[in-house]
Design a protein around this ligand. Structure first.
Ligand code: ADP
Length: 630
């Protein structure tokens, strides 16, 4: 067991000190007030007459002999009374033989003129007995004790609450916060087979799993146990799933936290949480500790940047603590820390040294066959219509992560339910894909678009689609003039293959495709609109990098601007680069105009079809693009 983990962290110690100081100050104030109260009481006593003092000091002696009010009245009438002390309705009196009694006068109401109490003053003068006001406590000793206990509890309640809240704060910061603790440690049933694709990642993690299943064997031959694995990849690519599968494969416990788990508004609490986490992990061994978004804590600051302050020092201390804990693992402890990040470069060098997070496993977006499997998996979990063309759906889903695919199927099921359908059809899956890829649901901008603008949008999109098809920039899957998100219309083109490289011809076709919307507007209306703003931006980016860094320019040849020091790139170099990029755009524009003029009938046909249908895809689209009757 780690003895250090029992010691309060500096932050907690600070809080205990503050609480103790506050308690001491409260006690001093309380003592001061009671002293003042005692002094005031002593002064009041000193001013009282001896008769009153005699009654008050030994009131018990009078209270012990209660008498009826009538008996007191009789004694007064018989001139047997020597001294009377009055406290409201309570009367203490001593008769002339020195006997002491008490009574309670009767309240006979406002109209009671003859009441004895109101005549005591004149009777005392007439009969010569002493009469004084007294201040006595008529309660019995038992009553006094219970009432004092009640009062003490009432007075101490705020203090008790203060101590309870302070105690709870210290407790939860020593032990980690309650909410986060409750989601710790589970034994997942996930296996590597549940993870589609990610073969490289699985291969690396299988080695870790083998180690965890039989640590003694590996330790026996002197192999060092893996301590930390970094999973690096875009969001939704299965990092959490892989970590769970690793735990599932070796029957290990799985503790999951994220980078923000360690950050706290209380200085020092983060370190306490690191210690607590590792303590828990050791207790649950074999155990996988999964830290999602580890870059949240994994980036150390050197304290020199502007604005670096206590928060960053705390960050460094958390990293240090994490490393100390990892270094402290023995080979047989069987705890592996798996960190997930989208930015592995942001992870501190010290964290990636051997014996720490020295194994980096990459996850990537799924390939087309993997997407097909993923659609198969997730459509299997909803009521899907038979005969889905998974390969075609997967092709359309280029660039989507497994999480996107899961979401997409879920949204398709929601669309089907909203439409009152009992099965999720392929059309619903496409509709959902479209929502994802075309930037959201159809917006109500539609209601304010005039017929002329709609016609312009239809020509614009038809231009993109036709040029993409004729110049083979990709497979034109869907064209729509329904506004979604910021876009007024969309043409969805996919690559027919997933080659990582782009040839010059393919890039030029893409350039022409990007410019084709504006060119179609020019052909149809003789003028262009602002609708091409985004197309021009993307085309300019592509043209400049083709000339400046891909080696497709004439002026710079093989010289890449990315590799030339900035100070050498003067205004003349910039001008030449921009001139050549512009020439490239102009030649793409000329090519695109040639195609559009040449195939003007197809441009018109697709425009009319779009104006009628709003969205065109599949066979009708292919037919129009190929010049067959729609
Ligand atoms: P990450 O941690 O990389 O952000 P997750 O592991 O949380 O991604 O995955 C998000 C969702 O996508 C989960 O529902 C998960 O089941 C699913 N998912 C991710 N990758 C895969 C995969 N390779 N195979 C099957 N489902 C996956």
């Amino acid at each position: 067991m780690d003895s250090a983990s029992k010691t309060p962290t500096p932050g907690v110690r600070q809080k205990i000190l503050i609480a103790t100081a506050a308690l001491a100050v409260s006690l001093l104030v309380w003592m001061g007030i009671s002293q003042l109260q005692d002094r005031a009481a002593a002064e009041a006593q000193a001013r009282k007459n001896p008769t009153a003092l005699a009654f008050e000091r030994a009131a018990e002696q009078w209270l012990a002999h209660p008498r009826e009010a009538s008996e007191f009245e009789r004694a007064v009438q018989a001139r047997e009374v020597a001294a009377v002390g009055v406290d409201g309705y309570l009367v203490l009196y001593t008769d002339r033989k020195g006997q002491q009694f008490s009574t309670r006068m009767i309240d006979c109401g406002l109209n009671c003129k003859n009441e004895l109490g109101s005549r005591l003053g004149e009777l005392s003068v007439a009969q010569g007995f002493a009469l004084t006001n007294v201040d006595v406590d008529a309660r019995t000793a038992g009553q006094r004790l219970t009432q004092n206990i009640d009062r003490a509890i009432a007075a101490l309640a705020p203090l008790l609450a203060f101590v309870a809240i302070g105690g709870a704060l210290v407790y939860f910061h020593l032990r980690g916060s309650l909410g986060q603790r409750t989601r710790l440690a589970e034994k997942p049933k996930t296996r590597f087979d549940d993870v589609i694709g990610a073969d490289e990642a699985k291969k690396a993690l299988k080695r870790v799993a083998a180690f965890m299943k039989d640590p003694k064997h590996y330790a026996g031959v002197g192999a060092k146990a893996p301590r930390g694995v970094l999973l690096d990849g875009p969001p939704g690519t299965g990092k959490t799933l892989l970590a769970k599968a690793l735990a599932g494969e070796c029957g290990a416990n799985f503790i999951s936290v994220d980078g923000s788990y360690f950050s706290s508004m209380f200085y020092g609490a983060g370190i306490g949480k690191v210690k607590e986490l590792f303590k828990r992990a050791r207790e649950c061994a074999p155990c996988i500790v999964f830290i999602d978004e580890i870059d949240g804590i994994g980036k150390r600051s050197n304290g020199k940047e502007a604005g670096s302050g206590g928060g960053e020092q705390e960050q460094n201390r958390i990293i240090n603590r994490l490393l100390v804990e990892m270094d402290g693992f023995s080979s047989l402890e069987n705890v592996v820390i798996v960190g997930a990040t989208n930015h592995v470069d942001n992870i501190d060098e010290a964290m990636r040294r051997p014996g720490r997070f020295d194994l980096v496993v990459r996850t990537s977006l799924p390939t087309s066959p993997e997407r097909e499997q993923l659609f198969g998996l997730y459509l299997g979990q909803v009521k899907a219509a038979p005969g889905m063309e998974l390969a075609s759906i997967a092709r359309t889903a280029t660039g989507m992560s497994p999480a996107d695919i899961a979401n997409c199927v879920n949204r398709a099921a929601a669309y089907a339910a909203e439409a009152g359908e009992t099965l999720v059809s392929q059309e619903r899956v496409y509709q959902s894909l479209e929502t994802h890829q075309l930037g959201g649901e159809v917006t109500n901008t539609k209601d304010i678009i005039t017929p002329e603008t709609l016609r312009r949008i239809a020509f614009h999109e038809s231009g993109h689609a036709l040029v993409a098809h004729v110049l083979e920039a990709g497979s034109v899957e869907r064209v729509s003039i329904e506004p979604r998100g910021p876009a007024l219309g969309v043409t969805y083109v996919t690559r027919t293959h997933e080659e990582p490289l782009y040839g010059e011809r393919e890039l030029l076709s893409r350039l022409a495709m990007m410019l084709a919307g504006r060119e179609a507007e020019l052909i149809a209306f003789g003028n262009a609109s602002s609708g091409a703003t985004d197309d021009l931006k993307r085309a300019s980016e592509l043209a400049t990098s083709m000339v400046g860094s891909m080696g497709f320019g004439k002026t710079f040849g093989l010289l890449s601007m990315a590799g030339v020091p900035r100070e050498l790139i003067g205004p003349d170099v910039q001008k030449s680069l921009l001139d050549e990029a512009r020439a490239l755009l102009e030649s793409a524009q000329a090519e695109c105009r040639r195609v559009l003029e040449d195939k003007r009938d197809r441009l018109n046909a697709l425009t009319e079809l779009l104006l009628g249908e709003e969205t065109v895809s599949g066979a009708p689209l292919k037919r129009v693009l190929s010049g067959e009757p729609a």
